[in-house]
Design a protein around this ligand. Structure first.
Ligand SMILES: *Cc1c(COP(=O)(O)O)cnc(C)c1O
Length: 825
């Protein structure tokens, strides 16, 4: 495939952006360029860029049809948190100068146009953002790939803060029109629900099953092409839109079956209405199960159709042409769906079908927290998907025979590993089904994979050790450095060239500048530019004035008890107390929080209110606010992250050890030169390995210590409260309404949960008090180091220089090497 220097010259065509821009203003939007609004100009420039993107797809489609030696990666995920695409595509296509020149002729900057794009927030947090980074890396590296998900009408809710409380608003992300998707109505497929499984004897005398009397909806694909940097290959993000097969089913109506006619229409309308806003929490809602099946069934049908187009009707070689990666258990129904199609529609025997399935499907686990593991009520699944339920039973029966053989009839093993959890209500354990049917099972950091092997998937590890492997997460440096941090990207490229954009290990070359005070000064200036940009953002949004010279200490991520925003704010209260006593902070400090709480997660929402209450008291105290500021930035999303993360001096990655599977926020901060304050959890462990203990602030209990204390039930936070005066004071202030004088009881539940475990299985289940002292000591070291600007900048540079491992390009190459076994175009 010939690579062209100028990406706008592709497929033998020459598309000039200014011409396309005028064309789209006049003909796509039917507007005079003199009268056009900012939004219309945004759309017209987006359509102009989209023309170039479409050419890349035309090329990719040719490659798919011609290069039959290339196995296609299918990434099935309930979430793709892709954020904005305009500037991302401009950078990948390398047309920034042309676009800026064009916009300048209208007196416009690219930034003021780019921010008119709504974030596509089709995800909750890390899991969805990972999927987005993977598509970027796959396209950049030149692998053929499809991402599959739902075209949610409403993405993750928008967060406002009202009187310190989170308020959720609908995210109607397509309200102004969305320029990046291509509907493909001719590739629609039918997805069935309910009905019953019927047996019959086929011509050959074999017992067969068919799924009948179903309720059907159409699944219509909308494609977003995800560009790669300087690549002629795009990844396809295929969003499935449900649609009623007949707006009104007259046949059913005639038969007097009003209910079915209306149910199908209603189903089509509700299926894709909204993304469930839970992060790392399972809520067994029927509509969610329908969503999971809907997009998975459409995806499997699509994959089979593509295989037939490339190879004809024989599916016995499906696993050579396609691989299916399940992003957590949400798409587990891909397993029985592929079995069903092979058995009932394609006429394969059980043995043949199973061979295909178990060589095609691979599973990524994202959490070991019991409340996050999907366990569907068996009657719910059986009623909605009767044929799939039958298939799951058969998979399980055959598997348990193998278990019994392997472990000499060990009953405990059978109980643990069965897909079904027996009990008052029988449950279907999706992680077990995935572990049985997948040829690969991976965790997302070294620590997480080890914990998987010794805890939740222990028995499966004993049974199939060869399936287990680790794939430490990564982030794309295109979005998380090149796009979000222009001054740092420029400085790096001026110093070591631009190869880092496609090979992040190149950043090691920055170590040559460790003792170059001129370079370190420029690094400091780049950080200052980002801090000033964030200060302006905060001024505009919150009318709070930040001092860019102060130490910016940032914790941004979903609000979750295990992520321990509470530890951070308790420590801030302690600093407040010290200042009130007349002590002086050695450096002025700004603590920044952002993140959404699941709307039904009471404790997380209370923590948001606590942060805002503390912020009010701190920021409005004339003495304290000279040294200390606290802000909570509303509506954390990808675009906010792109402004917030580059401005950090300190990155807070302080989850209870053993609970954060990997984290990817931690990597984005490191790449942008923040120093990490973190526990030995998730990928922090590997960041420590890369950067060295002198260049990261590690504190707190280790995963084994937490595990042991929980197992033995020996943790006593009340004892800590009694012994540690600082902690007692902080907790008593919360308890007594110091930060909430007009409703002094508001935070009692936080206090009682820490000391008595009022809403949890045990007091302080995430060991906040146990780690407080170590956290405080660590922050004293942080403060000390920040006094020495030269030393700080040197460590900052070392963090950047040694962040090469955390590119999603590295992650993808490992998936390719160990799991997907495919080749570059
Ligand atoms: C990277 C990212 C996350 C994940 O952050 P963690 O700190 O790893 O939990 C969540 N949300 C957004 C918007 C992100 O960009």
């Amino acid at each position: 495939m010939p690579r062209t220097a100028k990406s706008k010259h592709i497929n033998g065509k020459f598309l000039e952006i200014p011409k396309q821009f005028e064309y789209h203003l006049n003909h796509t939007l039917a507007e005079h360029k003199e009268h056009s609004t900012f939004l219309q100009k945004f759309l017209a420039i987006s359509y102009s860029i989209r023309d170039l993107v479409a050419e890349k797809w035309l090329n990719t489609e040719e490659v798919i049809l011609k290069r039959k030696d290339l196995r296609i990666v299918n990434y099935l995920s309930m979430e793709f948190l892709i954020g904005r695409l305009l500037y991302n595509n401009i950078l990948n296509l390398q047309v920034e100068d042309e676009v800026k020149e064009l916009l300048a002729s209208y007196g416009l900057s690219l930034n003021e146009i780019a921010i008119l794009e709504e974030d596509a927030a089709l995800g909750n947090g890390g899991l969805g953002r990972l999927a987005a980074c993977f598509l970027d890396s796959l396209a950049t590296l030149g692998y053929l790939s499809f991402g599959y998900t739902i075209r949610y009408q409403y993405g993750l809710f928008k967060q406002e803060i009202e009187n310190g409380f989170q308020k959720e608003l609908p995210d109607d992300w397509q309200k102004n029109g969305y320029p990046w998707e291509f509907p493909k109505p001719e590739e629609a497929v039918t997805v069935k629900f309910f009905g019953r499984s019927e047996s019959y004897i086929d011509e050959k005398g074999h017992l067969k099953f068919r799924w009948v009397d179903t309720y059907d909806v159409l699944a219509v694909p909308y494609d977003i092409y995800i560009t790669g940097y300087n690549s002629d290959i795009v990844s396809v993000l295929r969003l499935w839109q449900p649609r009623a097969i007949n707006e009104f089913n007259f046949a059913e109506f005639e038969k007097g079956n009003y209910e079915k006619a209306l149910y199908e229409k209603n189903l089509a309308e509700t299926l894709s209405k909204v993304l469930y806003p839970n992060d790392a929490f399972f809520q067994g809602r029927e509509l969610r199960l329908k969503q999971e099946y809907f997009f998975v069934s459409a995806a499997i049908q699509d994959i089979i159709r593509r295989h037939k187009r490339r190879f004809g009707n024989d599916l016995s070689n499906l696993s050579q042409s396609e691989v299916i990666q399940l992003n957590d258990t949400h798409p587990t129904l891909a397993i029985p769906e592929l079995m069903r199609i092979l058995l009932d529609e394609e006429g394969y025997s059980w043995e043949e079908a199973w061979e295909i399935v178990k060589n095609t499907i691979a599973y990524t686990n994202h959490t070991v927290m019991p409340e996050a593991l999907e366990k569907w009520e068996a009657p719910l699944l059986q009623n909605m998907l009767p044929r799939h339920y039958q298939i799951i039973e058969e998979i399980n029966a055959r598997f348990l025979k193998d278990v019994s053989e392997k472990f000499n009839g060990d009953l405990q093993k059978i109980i643990n590993m069965s897909v079904f959890e027996e009990g008052n209500i029988k449950k279907v354990r999706m992680a077990n089904l995935c572990s049985i049917a997948s040829f690969s099972i991976n965790g997302v950091s070294e620590l997480h994979t080890e914990i998987l092997k010794r805890t939740v998937l222990k028995d499966f590890y004993e049974m199939y050790p060869e399936k287990f492997n680790n794939k430490t997460n990564g982030v794309t440096q295109r979005r998380w450095l090149l796009e979000c941090n222009p001054p740092l990207a420029k400085l790096i490229t001026e110093s070591i060239g631009d190869k880092w954009i496609v090979d992040l290990y190149e950043l090691r070359k920055l170590e040559a500048f460790l003792d170059d005070s001129e370079f370190l000064e420029k690094l400091d200036q780049a950080k200052m530019w980002n801090k000033e940009r964030l200060a302006k953002y905060v001024q505009d949004k919150l009318s709070v004035t930040l001092d860019p010279a102060s130490l910016f200490d940032i914790q941004v991520k979903r609000i979750h008890e295990y992520k321990r925003q509470l530890l951070n704010i308790l420590h801030i209260i302690h600093l407040y107390n010290e200042i009130k006593e007349g002590k002086h902070l050695k450096v002025p400090r700004t603590f920044i929080f952002a993140g959404k709480a699941a709307p039904g997660y009471r404790m997380a929402k209370l923590i948001i209110k606590l942060i805002n209450s503390v912020a009010d008291v701190v920021n409005n105290d004339p003495v304290v606010s000279k040294q200390l500021k606290v802000v909570f930035i509303p509506n954390y999303n990808v675009s906010a992250a792109q402004i917030i993360i580059p401005a950090a001096n300190v990155s807070e990655q302080i989850s209870t050890a053993g609970f954060e599977a990997s984290g990817t926020g931690n990597m984005k901060f490191m790449l942008n030169g923040a120093l990490t304050v973190g526990t030995l959890d998730g990928a922090n462990v590997e960041m420590l390995e890369e950067v060295g203990a002198e260049n990261i602030f590690i504190f707190g209990l280790k995963a084994e210590e937490i595990e042991e204390a929980r197992r033995k039930g020996i943790y006593n936070p009340f004892g800590i409260y009694l012994e540690n005066e600082k902690i007692r004071r902080v907790l008593d202030m919360i308890r007594n309404g110091y930060f909430n004088k007009d409703n002094p009881e508001l935070f009692v539940d936080i206090y009682e949960n820490l000391l008595y475990g009022k809403f949890a299985p045990m007091p302080d289940q995430y060991f906040v008090l146990a780690d407080f002292e170590a956290y405080e000591q660590t922050h004293k070291k942080v403060e000390e180091l920040f006094l020495n600007k030269a030393e700080w900048n040197k460590k900052s540079l070392l963090n950047i220089a040694r962040s090469g491992k955390f590119s999603s390009d590295r992650t993808i190459e490992e998936y390719v090497r160990d799991i997907w076994k495919t080749k570059k175009v």
